[in-house]
Design a protein around this ligand. Sequence first.
Ligand SMILES: Nc1nc2c(c(=O)[nH]1)N[C@H]1C(S)=C(S)[C@@H](COP(=O)(O)OP(=O)(O)OC[C@H]3O[C@@H](n4cnc5c(=O)[nH]c(N)nc54)[C@H](O)[C@@H]3O)O[C@H]1N2
Ligand SMILES: Nc1nc2c(c(=O)[nH]1)N[C@H]1C(S)=C(S)[C@@H](COP(=O)(O)OP(=O)(O)OC[C@H]3O[C@@H](n4cnc5c(=O)[nH]c(N)nc54)[C@H](O)[C@@H]3O)O[C@H]1N2
Ligand code: SF4
Ligand SMILES: [Mo]
Length: 728
Amino acid sequence: MDTAKKVKTNCRLCAYQCGLIAQVVNNTVIRVEPDPDRFPYGKRVQNRCQRWRAIPGILDHPKRINYPLKRQGQRGSGQWETVTWEAALDEIAAKLRTLKEKYGPETVATCIGGPHTNHWPLHRFMNLFGSPNNIGINQICWNAAILVNTLTYGWTLGNELDPDITNCALFWGVNPAQSDNSLFWQNIVEFAQSGKPLIVVDPRQTQTARLATLWLPIEPGTDPFLALGLIHIIIEDGLYDHSFVEQWCHGFAELARHVAPYTPEYVAGITGIPPKDIVRAARLYAGNGPACLYSGRAIDQIGYNTVPTHQGLAILRAITGNVDVPGASHLTEMPDFIPEIDLEMSEQTVASFRGKQLGRERLVLQSYRGYEKLREHTLKQGKRLPMRYFTSAHPDLAFQAMIEGKPYPIKALMVMATNPLLTQPNTKLVYQALKSLELLVVLELFETPTTMLADYVLPIAGVLEKPLFEYDRGTANVAYGGEAAVEPYYQRRPDYYFWRELGIRLGQEDSWPWPTYREALAQCLKPTGLTWEEFCQTGLYCPPVEYYKYQSLDEQNRPLGFATASGKVELYNRLLEELGGSPLPQPKKIAAPDPRFPLQLITGARVQPYFASSYRQPADLRALHPEPLAEMSPATATAYGLAEGDWILVETRHGNGRFKLKFTPMREQVVSIEYGWWFPELDNREPELGGLWLSNANNLTSANFPDAEPLIGTWNYNGIPCRIEKIT
Ligand SMILES: Nc1nc2c(c(=O)[nH]1)N[C@H]1C(S)=C(S)[C@@H](COP(=O)(O)OP(=O)(O)OC[C@H]3O[C@@H](n4cnc5c(=O)[nH]c(N)nc54)[C@H](O)[C@@H]3O)O[C@H]1N2
Ligand SMILES: Nc1nc2c(c(=O)[nH]1)N[C@H]1C(S)=C(S)[C@@H](COP(=O)(O)OP(=O)(O)OC[C@H]3O[C@@H](n4cnc5c(=O)[nH]c(N)nc54)[C@H](O)[C@@H]3O)O[C@H]1N2
Ligand code: SF4
Ligand SMILES: [Mo]
């Protein structure tokens, strides 16, 4: 037996990739501990996180996928044959070739989820194959903020909270106490302890809200009204940054006219927040610069009102002089390393299939047309957003195409690092769609309800088994990562291996010159002048941030400005107007309550130690939070005759789920359910599929395309009419 060696490596149980030291014997990890020399620099932060300790168990958990599996018998019957990688790849490639000949390349789709792994190998494969059909979660995570900020400032922003410099923080629909739990959350705690104003906009009194100077328990989905109300006061009281507005903002007069009706009383009537708190929030935010305005997932998930909310937040930052200022925000840079757009190879390939994008007639921004318009502007400063995320298929249309074959059939789906039966909207639809396919391939670490329905399940290398190089999808000049601690256990391989091998089998060999994942990552770094080994010493590439870049002079001695139509911050957005959107934030009122569904549902508030549907298998993690919870205020719950700990059935027009009731100080008439719940200990065959139908929040949601927001296609995970009853 070898003696134990210590290896510097990184956790990958969330996107932070904290530094770890692994003790390895015979390619087996026996222990891990935080590495105080690398991010997040000290055990104090990592000691709050419960996940990393579970790594040795996760590496060899009985529910892990260790060999390529091929379905035997009926789909969902739980019978598998173990095959070789070669055989699986040959068979999948042959099937894809046949389907492509019969129906065209667009008949093959992929599905990705949150930030679990690099997506570019999948995008590169799909671009070369010739299909636009990747289903992502971008329409409700990430895209709205990036698109609206780029429309407004010419590029996207990094928000900053520095307890020493930042003088006010406004946190909007975000709860880093549960969703971050790392260095950022420590900074927030430190900031709050300093006594500087912290404002939290959230229907629930979260752990973050409990630290706040001012908590605004907003009615779900009414956020753009509050944003316009704050702008109204800031303008009326003259609290805006006069010089920045005069020199660097376009359309202030139109904005001032537009917000005139959004008085505190009017906004209070819609948001449920008292007028005096609206006024106080506006004064605290505008009066204490530099101020950090940080928004979370909630407002990306409120359907139509998502875009006007982001417009409102972008305007708030600008008129208070909080753009590209230390302690508030900075406009990010294009990477020095190879950017995502080039790794995807979108610019070389999409011409052949852009006409096949589902829903392109309706979607203004989440389309090739919208992407190109935006890029005309960003290119003025040499910047290019990745393309596949901003053109990905609307899930409702893609799943319908699998079931109905319209407007063309989608017959094959390859799923990487996501569990769509738990995390895509409308589980019944997803289920029907997966059952309609001729080929379902799932790349996974663990058995999940999605793998249970697959034709092939491929064993993927996970935490500590593969090198890491992450880079905010190429929208900033920051990369982090590090070395694997061990070679993959059993027959597991990195996702990259699958896409490259499949690509080579389908005539793409020229586009996959790097035999291994590590070589591909080293190649990405090449333009920086760093070798892979040099990069791994710190695991961080992060040149110092520059501020006030719009003031810097170009070759003709003119200020650089912002990469927008006016060269200024577009408070009044001309490009959006040209594309057919509303140039100023135009919110929609929430429909009057339906008497059959009198309560408002929010789904998906994050909880430790889970990530979406992940980590319910390791017993030590499950013990920390064993059951799916629904939260309500004690007053609302008591009015329904409910006590804490009761099991309740929560029901919407789309479906229902069972949750255990927990009392939380929060807005009345609102119910909040956790998402991602299934039960790996239950039967892994049809019809149970690991308890898929019991407590899955997405049984209660839908992304019905005709109702989706017209610019991005955003649907509602929050603000859904619902009802409840006690389960006896
Ligand atoms: N533990 C854990 N951490 C995670 C994840 C995870 O699954 N688990 N997921 C990761 C991912 S993919 C993401 S995108 C991030 C998300 O991170 P966050 O944005 O922090 O996500 P949430 O915890 O859902 O926080 C959203 C907050 O908005 C509130 N809210 C709900 N509806 C509304 C509304 O209409 N208006 C307003 N203003 N607030 C509302 C909710 O009560 C909740 O507290 O977290 C990441 N971190
Ligand atoms: N109702 C509701 N639905 C939501 C949300 C919500 O707030 N409410 N939030 C949405 C958001 S913001 C997000 S980001 C998504 C998250 O949704 P998903 O991305 O689907 O997240 P998980 O459920 O964690 O599934 C990730 C799967 O990938 C596997 N995995 C991990 N690492 C790797 C890897 O390197 N390679 C491969 N091949 N597999 C790997 C894990 O084992 C796990 O099964 O959910 C979305 N869905
Ligand atoms: S799970 Fe915890 S230790 Fe691992 S990367 Fe995330 S915050 Fe860091
Ligand atoms: Mo997300």
